[in-house]
Design a protein around this ligand. Structure first.
Ligand code: SF4
Length: 267
């Protein structure tokens, strides 16, 4: 049995060469963007907040911000962080504070019946059981008013996709298959994204037919990955955030020329 994740599949779609670096050659480069560090830290705070709520205690806003600043200080590693643009570390730190204050004020007392935080899910994609998808749900809720399960996902990016894009989003739709496998195919599952930079929630739903089609598409993608012989680099604006750029054959890494793109027809 082979295990895939949404991010593994997305990496292949973004750039087969990057997929090869990460999942075939297993090259680990610790560098990460300040944006991903901010996202991870904010996620850890919201995980802690709801874990406390589940135990019957609502942390104060001051406690939440203190927890966040301590998590930031303890895990921030100056050497491993890539900055893009003009913003400083302090700017990003403060951005996270704003996200958390807005979220706290909007959602207090956090009584939406959270069942689990960081819930691990796995689901089988094919009938033979050769392929499984594994992932983590930021927060799983059972809404007592609507009698629906809700999959909540936090986003810290500075852009929010359109409703049409979210109606086609794969990650939470995949997780909803796992929730239906756990609690019953007849159960309704609402997908909820929290765009923290905009302090707004966006919702979407999938029919069982759409989920079956999604499984077929995922299986096709896995077959494509497994039959790929040549993992070609795909240059895009995402290269600027790619930790493999320094070893990527699509970029000229001679001293003084880092970041100068070679012609794509070399590949
Ligand atoms: S730098 Fe760009 S082309 Fe190279 S591996 Fe990364 S994403 Fe792919």
């Amino acid at each position: 049995m082979k295990v895939y994740s949404h991010s593994k599949l997305s990496t292949f779609e973004q750039c087969p060469q990057k997929y090869k670096f990460r999942y075939v050659d297993k090259i680990v480069i610790i560098e990460k963007s300040i944006e991903s560090f901010l996202g991870k830290t904010v996620h850890s705070v919201l995980e802690w907040l709801y874990s406390e709520v589940k135990q019957g205690r609502i942390p104060s806003l001051d406690e939440v911000i203190l927890y966040y600043s301590q998590a930031w200080t303890q895990t921030y590693d100056e050497k491993g962080i890539i900055f893009n643009g003009q913003m400083t570390q302090q700017d990003y730190l403060e951005k996270g504070v704003k996200f958390l204050i807005d979220y706290y004020v909007k959602h207090k007392p956090f009584d939406d019946n959270t069942l689990e935080v960081e819930k691990e899910i796995t689901l089988t994609i094919d009938e033979k059981g050769d392929y499984r998808i594994r992932g983590f749900i930021d927060r799983l809720v059972y809404n007592l008013k609507t009698c629906e399960y809700e999959i909540h996902d936090y986003k810290t990016s500075g852009t929010a996709p359109s409703q049409e894009k979210l109606d086609e989003d794969r990650q939470l739709a995949l997780y909803s298959i796992a929730i239906k496998e756990l609690f019953g195919k007849d159960k309704e599952v609402l997908l909820v994204w929290h765009y923290l930079a905009y302090n707004k929630n966006v919702h979407s739903k999938r029919t069982n037919e759409q989920l079956e089609e999604l499984k077929r598409n995922i299986l096709d993608l896995i077959h494509t990955i497994e039959s790929t012989q040549s993992f070609r680099p795909y240059i895009s604006r995402l290269c600027d955030w790619c930790e493999y750029q320094n070893i990527c054959p699509a970029w000229d890494n001679a001293p003084g020329f880092k970041g100068v793109q070679k012609k794509i027809d070399e590949f």
